[in-house]
Each structure stands twice: as structure tokens, then as C-alpha cells.
Design a protein around this ligand. Structure first.
Ligand SMILES: [Zn+2]
Ligand SMILES: [Zn+2]
Length: 336
């Protein structure tokens, strides 16, 4: 089969490799569509400790079951999306039911070969069946949508909440879709990229904020001076994390889901005096993943220019284009 093999910083090639052989309890999947994740851009640059070359990345995908390994419970031909987070099931976090915080977790496309290929083997238990008429690029969004479901869930929006989302990349946009379900009175989105901001507007954001300007001040003004109730940072750099904290009202809530800078200075005295709740959000629980699938099944997300499809062989070019900022779309999907 063909696979995009990453060999080190900025070095990725389409190669012929042997078909994966599904182990006990595993299935062999034919990949239909696979998204490129922001975490894989840092992986491509060699700046992500979870990813070591040589590696086939790819963890946001829809596929069909082509063959079964010994004892695998699945139907050949079923169309599935995969929860790529494989917990050990035995560590203290797993025993507490926090499988996404498993210390021994293995992520498809990081700790084992992923879906930037014609085929991939995964545990049958990680597969969730999806309808045949769900467009492939939309189905491939189940995993990032599950991340957005968890992040917005931590922020607990209510009808009338005033919400700020920093970043209109895939996670930020998907957070817009999730937050809208709570019927906020204000849903402002900030980004430095005009095309992505425009997409946020099409998706129902009530206000668009130029990320190059004073984001926290703009958001506070929109919320009547006091500050927004909720800020979700889907970027993860020092400036957006600080803006998120500074944009919320006293007693407001901040959720960090973007992962970029390892450390960021924050106005901690403002957090203390304002009793600002700050928390991180990582991946998704099984319930978040199911909630994302239910949203997709209801047709909440549509295809549009915010998704760009390219053939698998253009994968290396797509990584370079994304890193140069030469892609207006918020998500690039590869089609083997
Ligand atoms: Zn991802
Ligand atoms: Zn575990």
C-alpha cells in the first residue's frame, strides 16, 4: 500500500510499504479521508515529543473495515470513524475512569502507525460506525469535534452566556458550532487570519475580532465593559492565553485547549482577585466522542470552503503550505 512516511523535520515521502496486519482484536481499515491536525504540524517539524520518525501520522479519519484480525468483533464493510486514543485500561487514571488522561495512552498516528495511508490497523473497540451518507470530510472531523465538545463543556455555557473563542482554526470553529447549541447572547471569535474569521462569521459567530488588535479590550467592550462570561483559547500561545484571562468578567471561566507554547506568563493576581476559573481541556472522554458523533449525524456540520481536500500524494506539500500559512481553509483533508 501507499503511506506518507515522516522521516524527520520537514521530511515526508509517499512510499510503498507492506499492508498492516491486524493483530488480535484488531481490524484492517481502508482509509477514505484523513484530516491533518495542528499537532501533526509540530510533529512534522520534529517539535513534538510524542512523535518519533519513521512514522505514519494521521488520527482524524473515516474508513471502512476491510479485514478482521483474530477475535475482532466488527463487520467487514462497515464504515467507521476511530477514537485514536488507546488507553491502557489498568493505570490509576484509567481506573478512575479518566481514560483520556492515561499515562500509558497510545495514540494512533503517534505511538503506532496512523491513517496517512491506504490502510491502517486499529483495535475493533476503537471503531464507531457512521452512516454511509455522511460526507467523508465531515465524518473525518469526529475527533477534533470531540475535542471541541469537551473544551466547551468545561466552560459550561448557558442560554444568554457571553462567549469569546480565541482562534478560528479547526478546533476554534468546531467550538463555535458546539457553543452555539447553548444559545449564547454573544459569541465573539478572534483570529489574525481574515479568511478563517470569515468562516467563523458564516458559522454563526455574532462578532469577529481582529486577533492582531487588543483582543481582551475588544471583547470586554462587546460585553458591556465587564468582560465575557467564558473564554476558550484554541490557539495556545502566551498572547491568546493572557487575552483569554483578561477578557473574562470576575467569576468568569477560561478554558485552555490550544497547545503551543510550553509555558506562558499569566496575570495571576487578576485570576485571584477576580476568582477566575482557569482549566485545561485535553482530548475527550468516550461520552464526548459519542456527543460529537451525534452532532455529525444530526447534520450540524456541513462541507464548505473551510475544508480543503487534497489527494494523499500531495500530503507533504499540504504540510509545507499549512506551515507557510498559505492555506485559507481551516482544515486540510487528504484522500487516499
Ligand atoms: Zn488531532
Ligand atoms: Zn491507563
Amino acid at each position: 500500500m501507499r503511506a506518507l512516511v515522516w522521516h524527520g523535520p520537514r521530511s515526508m515521502r509517499l512510499e510503498r510499504v507492506p499492508d498492516p496486519v491486524p493483530g488480535p482484536g484488531e481490524v484492517l481499515l481502508r482509509v477514505e479521508a484523513v484530516g491533518i491536525c495542528g499537532s501533526e504540524l509540530s510533529g512534522y517539524l520534529g517539535e513534538n515529543s510524542l512523535r518519533r520518525p519513521p512514522l505514519v501520522m494521521g488520527h482524524e479519519f473515516v474508513a471502512s473495515v476491510a479485514a478482521l484480525g483474530p477475535g475482532a468483533g466488527a463487520a467487514v464493510g462497515a464504515r467507521v470513524v476511530v477514537n485514536p486514543l488507546l488507553p491502557c485500561g489498568a493505570c490509576p487514571a484509567c481506573r478512575r475512569g479518566q481514560r483520556h488522561l492515561c499515562a500509558e495512552r497510545r495514540i494512533v498516528g503517534a505511538a503506532r502507525p496512523g491513517a496517512f495511508a491506504d490502510a491502517v490497523a486499529v483495535p475493533a473497540s476503537a471503531c464507531h460506525e457512521v452512516a454511509g451518507d455522511l460526507p467523508a470530510p465531515v465524518a473525518a472531523l469526529a475527533e477534533p469535534l470531540a475535542c471541541a465538545v469537551r473544551a466547551v463543556g468545561h466552560a459550561r455555557p448557558e442560554p444568554g452566556s457571553r462567549v469569546l473563542i480565541l482562534g478560528a482554526g479547526a478546533i476554534g470553529l468546531l467550538a463555535v458550532a458546539v457553543a452555539l447549541r447553548a444559545q449564547p447572547s454573544l459569541l465573539a471569535v478572534a483570529d489574525v487570519h481574515a479568511a478563517r474569521l470569515g468562516t467563523a462569521g458564516l458559522w454563526g459567530a455574532s462578532h469577529l475580532i481582529d486577533g492582531a488588535g487588543p483582543v481582551a479590550e475588544d471583547a470586554r467592550r462587546l460585553a458591556g465593559g465587564e468582560g465575557v462570561d467564558i473564554a476558550v483559547d484554541a490557539v495556545g500561545v502566551a498572547a491568546t492565553r493572557r487575552a483569554a484571562v483578561r477578557a473574562v468578567r470576575p467569576g468568569g471561566r477560561v478554558v485552555f485547549v490550544g497547545l503551543h507554547d510550553a509555558e506562558s506568563p499569566l496575570p495571576c493576581n487578576e485570576i485571584v482577585r477576580g476568582e477566575v476559573e482557569v482549566r485545561g481541556s485535553f482530548c475527550y472522554s468516550e461520552a464526548d466522542f459519542e456527543a460529537a458523533l451525534a452532532m455529525l449525524a444530526r447534520g450540524t456540520l456541513r462541507q464548505g470552503p473551510w475544508i480543503e481536500e487534497r489527494p494523499l500524494e500531495e500530503g507533504p506539500q499540504a504540510f509545507d503550505d499549512l506551515l507557510r500559512g498559505a492555506v485559507g481553509a481551516s482544515k486540510v483533508i487528504l484522500r487516499p
